[in-house]
Write a protein that binds this ligand. Structure first.
Ligand code: ADP
Ligand code: G3P
Length: 496
């Protein structure tokens, strides 16, 4: 039976899943890799470790499925976005650790660009909010801080890429230096309207064109793997940023459909059809995927700390042993007892975009113990999501009929119920919650004719559980008002 091998290179782990033609997962493998925090606000990954863990997972998933390379009709890749790698084209060696999307070292560069009045041009060209989150200032930082890098870049000796480009480079033995439209659009160097690298943005960020990858469609065979890697070459047919891939894997294929992914961060995306919609609410306008000549666009709200707040309770505070333990702990109390946690550990993303915000825990009394803090942490994940949905509605989106959910923290039933209650909208979890990998598989399978079109893919999506909202509109409004008072206190805390 023909299969697709999907690679999901995430912030916390590399994963590989083998899917059959019905969209069933036959086998998977996952490896965590090192997170490096060399200074406050800095987050780095080792690109070589990313590649090695990703390759090991791919081989392991194939072995567990009992398949050979010849059984795999295509590989699909989805990846953590924005994370920036710079490598030498001759040796293939990275010049420095990858600067991860959460890294805040370039906040000052962004502040200077904002003060100089460039935020409007950046938004007009890229659809993005001027922020250290995106690749442009990270790449500029590498070029400015690695000795001789700028000179080598201008001489065409260096390659820049987000993780998709890096993986394709490795998979093809250095033969292909490409990125897809959805990943390119997150660099802050790409004109989403003309669908090409923007001369204006390259000039603004002082990036030499010679480092850039070629931009390709999200679905389409872009090359094949080096035969030495899997024993035979495999076509690479799909490439997309993980949030766009997850939107595709959730079959949010028509305008008005939305998904939220609860991973390290939370990423809410709304399909807005074949035209980019400009946000007045500081949401991001981003291409979802390009298939042939057709591009579908999304509005996106990005929250930097989602499931990561649970990691903090586990690793930072030691309140729980495993992430999943938060559910029983939070369920042991009926509410947070007035405690409100704003997890602005990496500043605040949409809709606030405040790089100087920092985490706050408010409303503490003697009655607040670890269970209520755990509950406040889950509520914070859900409340940040409510702010994104509200912003989309102020941008003119129709009321949501349902919110499709996925990501590691979506396994938490209590969190999903809290989400439905605070949103006032049903939350629907699919049978296959590995939607990022599934989306990458769908894109790759379309490219090689395993599936015929979007209708067939939509037919493969299945709900597992629906969480209907409880609680009154008044209750929701008062919880939101309390949350916003807390957000105001977190904002601007670390401003110089
Ligand atoms: N049962 C759970 N309840 C709440 N959070 C969870 C649970 N299980 C995992 N998480 C959180 O989900 C995140 C992992 O989700 P995942 O989708 O694998 O992330 P990523 O794709 O960003 O690497 C971690 O931050 C972890 O703390
Ligand atoms: O790896 P994830 O799932 O946390 O996703 C990261 C996003 O792509 C960052 O924009």
């Amino acid at each position: 039976m023909p299969c697709i091998l999907a690679l999901d290179q995430g912030t916390s782990s590399s994963r590989a899943i083998v899917f059959d033609a019905t969209g069933e997962a036959l086998a998977n493998a996952q490896l965590e890799f090192r997170q490096s925090y060399p200074e406050p606000g800095r987050v780095e990954h080792d690109p070589v470790e990313i590649w090695h863990t990703q390759l090991a997972c791919a081989r392991e998933a194939l072995a567990r499925a009992g398949l050979a390379a010849s059984d795999v009709v295509a590989i699909g890749i989805a990846n953590q976005r924005e994370t920036t790698v710079l490598w030498n084209r001759s040796t293939g060696a990275p010049l420095a650790p990858a600067i991860v999307w959460q890294d805040r070292r370039t906040v000052v560069h962004c502040d200077a660009l904002r003060a100089a009045g460039h935020a409007g041009l950046i938004r007009a060209r890229s659809g993005l909010e001027l922020d250290a989150y995106f690749s442009a200032t990270k790449l500029a930082w590498l070029l400015d801080n690695i000795p001789d890098a700028r000179h080598q870049a201008e001489a065409g000796e260096l390659a820049f890429g987000t993780i998709d480009s890096w993986l394709v480079w490795q998979l093809t033995g250095g033969r292909r230096h490409v990125t897809d439209l959805s990943n390119a659009s997150r660099t802050m160097l790409f004109d989403i309207h003309r669908q090409c690298w923007s001369d204006d943005l390259l000039a603004l960020f002082d990036i030499p064109r010679a480092v850039l990858p070629k931009v390709v469609a999200s679905s389409g065979v872009l090359g094949e793997t080096d035969p030495a890697l899997f024993g035979a070459p495999i076509p690479i047919g799909g490439l997309a940023g993980d949030q766009q891939a997850a939107t595709f894997g959730q079959a949010c294929l028509s305008p008005g459909m939305a998904k939220n992914t609860y991973g390290t961060g939370c990423f809410l995306t709304l399909n807005t059809g074949q035209q980019p919609v400009e946000s007045t609410q500081r949401l991001l306008t981003t291409p979802g995927w390009r298939i042939g000549a057709r591009t579908d666009y999304l509005l996106e709200g990005s929250v930097f700390i989602g499931g990561a707040v649970v990691q903090w309770l586990r690793d930072g505070l030691g309140l729980i042993e495993r992430a999943a333990d938060i559910e029983a702990l939070a369920a042991s109390v009926p509410d947070s007892g007035g405690a409100v946690l704003v997890p602005a550990f990496a500043g605040l993303g949409a809709p606030w975009w405040d790089g100087h915000a920092r985490g706050t825990l408010l409303g503490l009394t003697r009655g607040v113990g670890k269970a209520r803090i755990a509950r406040a942490a889950l509520e914070a994940i859900a409340l940040q999501t409510v702010d994104l949905v509200s912003a989309m509605q102020r941008d003119g989106a129709a009321p949501l009929l349902e919110l499709r959910v996925d990501g590691g923290a979506s396994r938490n039933d209590l969190l999903m119920q809290i989400q439905a209650d605070l949103l006032g909208v049903p939350v629907v979890r699919p049978r296959q919650t590995e939607t990022t990998a599934l989306g990458a598989a769908f894109l790759a399978g379309l490219a090689v004719g395993l599936w015929r079109g979007l209708d067939e893919l939509a037919g493969l999506w299945r709900a597992e559980r629906r969480f209907d909202p409880t609680g009154s509109a008044d209750w929701r409004a008062s919880r939101l008002a309390e949350w916003h008072r807390a957000v105001e206190r977190a904002r601007g805390w670390a401003a110089p």
